[in-house]
Design a protein around this ligand. Structure first.
Ligand SMILES: [Zn+2]
Length: 301
């Protein structure tokens, strides 16, 4: 990677977007094949309508959709906007991650977690399930980034003191005053582990409360697992609180809108995973301003 911000290198930015959009094209394959337990490597992609095997030109992300106007070149079947949308979105996320975080492990984790969330969004929307493998990828990302930060920045700057897990600010290094005034022996825990426990625990509680209030299952086990995995990535403090509130507000707004527009009825189950996926990607990029806004809103210290 050359020195200086990536925005000084337009060609590199185009290349990064192109790589991202190729990955997006692979995500489209995952979205359609993972729930059916098909291989994501073979057979090669075919037109869903006429079955013609797609050539190299048809598989160029974004551009082929624009050139052939969202139609199959062989039978004229109009395909979903989802293909070029996921390709363009993934390209944008690759580019944005490196612009925001530089060529760092944070950028890599942001990219992998965002890609998993995009696949979760579409699969949960259609099949009302979240594959365990995708939650596992997010969890591993959160734990690995934390391990890297603990190794490079040290426990005092990265880990959570046991006494200030929630809802006090996280990660503050202990001051010399602590040692003088407090007889408490601080216990340090990795932020990702605390976040995972807070995330899964909080959603287990919300899911239990919601099932009592609505008298039906309002949240699935997949949502609780995803909350634990995202907790490992975001940590257990304000950022996760903000993530939870944002997801619930978005879920309520979308739910009310769908029922008001009579797209869904009151009895239909509206999956919560897509809300968590959208808000998860938002939090990855804007966690600091959103978390401090939420803290101000509730007059938290
Ligand atoms: Zn076709």
């Amino acid at each position: 990677m050359p020195p200086g911000p990536i925005t000084d290198y337009p060609l590199l930015m185009v290349l990064l977007f192109a790589i991202g959009s190729v990955v997006g094209s692979f995500l489209n394959v995952c979205i359609f094949r993972l729930p059916e337990a098909e291989s994501i490597i073979s057979p090669p992609s075919r037109c869903g309508s006429c079955g013609h095997q797609l050539g190299f030109i048809d598989l160029i992300p974004v551009l082929s959709a624009l050139i052939f106007r969202f139609r199959c070149r062989y039978c004229g079947h109009r395909y979903s906007w989802q293909y070029p949308f996921v390709e363009a979105l993934t390209g944008t996320i690759f580019l944005a991650s490196v612009i925001v975080f530089g060529p760092t492990p944070e950028a890599a984790v942001t990219i992998v977690v965002s890609c998993s969330l995009i696949v979760i969004f579409f699969i949960d929307l259609r099949y009302l399930i979240i594959p365990d493998g995708l939650n596992a990828i997010i969890l591993i990302c959160g734990l690995s980034l934390d391990a890297y930060l603990l190794a490079t920045r040290g426990w005092h700057n990265t880990a959570v003191r046991f006494q200030e897990v929630f809802p006090l600010p996280l990660g503050a290094p202990p001051t010399s005053v602590d040692a003088l005034t407090s007889p408490i022996h601080w216990v340090y825990l990795p932020r990702s582990v605390v976040g995972m426990l807070v995330g899964a625990g909080l959603f287990l509680l919300i899911s239990w409360a919601a099932s009592k209030v609505f008298r039906k299952e309002a949240m699935g086990g997949g949502d609780v697992k995803l909350a634990g995995a995202m907790g490992a990535v975001l940590g257990g403090g304000y950022v996760f609180l903000a993530y939870t509130l944002l997801s619930i507000v978005l879920g309520a707004a979308v739910g009310i809108l769908l029922i008001a527009l009579r797209i869904r009825s009151r009895r239909d189950q509206i999956p919560f995973g897509p809300m968590m996926a959208v808000c998860g990607i938002i939090m990855l990029f804007w966690k600091d301003p959103i978390a401090s806004f939420i803290a101000q809103l509730y007059h938290l210290p």
